[in-house]
Design a protein around this ligand. Structure first.
Ligand code: AMP
Length: 418
């Protein structure tokens, strides 16, 4: 992949003083690597494929050049229900976070820039009202955006910039059809910026079809180098006991625990509570208000242990999360990387820990293989694995049969479960 020489200041990257002033106020004194690499190219009108995680500063990397364009688009008033710059994201949390960031970068010039966030799970009416008169920037999840298109609340035929944020996640959550419908509504001529933490085939295929002569930028994220991964083998039925023991022993604060289904969140919270650990849950069935409250309390440290499903936790902007635990392994190896990427951000050392019992041994090997790493299996003192449950007893083994249900139905079931 191509790389440009990183530059040191926002001014060198070509940003205008009015944005730099605001960045100063936000104490963004230096661009992050992804910002140094992509901002000049975006300002030059190039399409971008960027490999970057949440935590790398990628929101500002695409938002600042877009804002600069809006501020420089003299004599092009907003009108009708048109949108000039469209940012597509996979989840509601990310939609509101990205919109919040964009608004904070343009806070001092807010009468000149209108940013609207549209996402599901909340009433559509205020969003329809907000879209009236047009928007410079719309941050949207695919499903709600299509609802708004079909009720004529928004028109996409004048979009100049399209951002696909967390493209891998968007596709792995099954938004391919929605995405294709949206792409068909956009004008042929536009600038497209695609950001993704991982590049499975579907994402590279999308990039090839969609982007024109893109600049490709793949950064080794800072978080990768400061993240310690560990895996503990445990006896079947002892995961909760081991988890409670570890949390107490290490006095972990701000611990994010992943499980694979909504109801598993509250089950685990109840079991931990019996062991004296208070945990909150975060999943797709909660109302937006509840999710925002939980997230704020987790960020501020009031909640120490948060049990979440993937869809809810994706894109959470929580700085310096010290510990992320896979209580259940994620189905996809890419999700494993997303999950542990929540930890050790912004140069902090973080821990990405997985608890595996004999049902997980084979799948964890697949995760290792796909992500090209291999970890030593560790055991927790006092919870040693019985001989007949140890990995050595189970491996090598024949691949397990795939669970029943494939394709769309399975995807839908997965989405509904999170
Ligand atoms: P993101 O990867 O966009 O989710 O950003 C991660 C965090 O880094 C956010 O809290 C941003 O406010 C912060 N951030 C982004 N760029 C910079 C910068 N140049 N200097 C300091 N903080 C930044």
């Amino acid at each position: 992949m191509t790389e440009t020489t990183p530059q040191q200041t926002f001014a060198n990257l070509g940003l205008i003083p009015t944005l730099i002033e605001r960045l100063d106020a936000l104490e963004y004194h230096q661009p992050t690597p992804i910002q140094s690499h992509v901002i000049p190219h975006i300002l030059n009108g190039r399409d971008i494929v960027g490999g970057a995680n949440t935590g790398s500063g990628k929101t500002a990397a695409f938002a600042l050049p877009i804002l600069q364009k809006v501020l420089q688009e003299e004599g092009q008033p907003r009108r009708g229900n048109l949108v000039s710059h469209l940012i597509l994201v996979p989840t509601r949390e990310l939609a509101s976070q990205v919109a919040y960031s964009v608004k904070s970068y343009s806070y001092h010039v807010r009468e000149k820039v209108k940013t609207t966030a549209v996402f599901g799970g909340v009433s559509v009416n205020p969003q329809m009202l907000a879209l009236r008169g047009g928007s410079d920037i719309v941050v949207a999840t695919p499903g709600r955006l299509l609802d708004l298109v079909s009720s004529n609340a928004i028109k996409l035929d004048q979009v100049k910039t399209l951002v696909l944020d967390e493209a891998d996640r968007m596709l792995s959550l099954g938004f391919t059809d929605e995405l294709n419908q949206i792409l068909a509504l956009l004008p042929e001529k536009k600038q497209t910026l695609l950001f993704s933490a991982t590049f499975p085939e579907k994402v590279t295929g999308l990039a090839q079809n969609l982007l024109r002569d893109p600049i490709e930028i793949q950064l080794q994220s800072a978080e990768a180098s400061t993240l310690v991964q560990r895996v503990f083998s445990v006896n079947k039925g002892q995961k909760t006991a081991v988890l409670a023991h570890l949390i107490k022993q290490h006095q972990w604060r701000q611990t994010l625990i992943f499980v694979n289904a909504k109801n598993a969140c509250s089950h685990l919270a109840q079991k931990l509570s019996k062991r004296g650990i208070t945990a909150e849950v975060f999943h797709g069935d909660q109302g937006q208000g509840a999710r925002t409250r939980v997230l704020d309390e987790f960020k501020s440290g009031v909640i120490q242990v948060l049990i979440a499903t993937d869809i809810a936790a994706r894109g959470l902007d929580i700085e310096k999360l010290p510990v992320v635990i896979n209580f259940d392994l994620p189905r996809s190896p890419a999700d494993y990387m997303h999950r542990i990427g929540r930890s050790g951000r912004a140069g902090e050392v973080g821990l990405g820990l997985s608890l595996i019992d004999y049902d997980d041994y084979h799948h964890f090997k697949v995760i290792e293989k796909k992500n090209k790493f291999q970890l030593e299996r560790e055991q927790v003192a006092g919870f040693e694995v019985d001989d007949d449950q140890s990995e050595a007893y189970f491996l090598p083994m024949t691949p397990r049969a795939k669970p029943a249900g494939t394709g769309k139905k399975k995807k839908k079931r997965q989405q509904e479960n999170l």
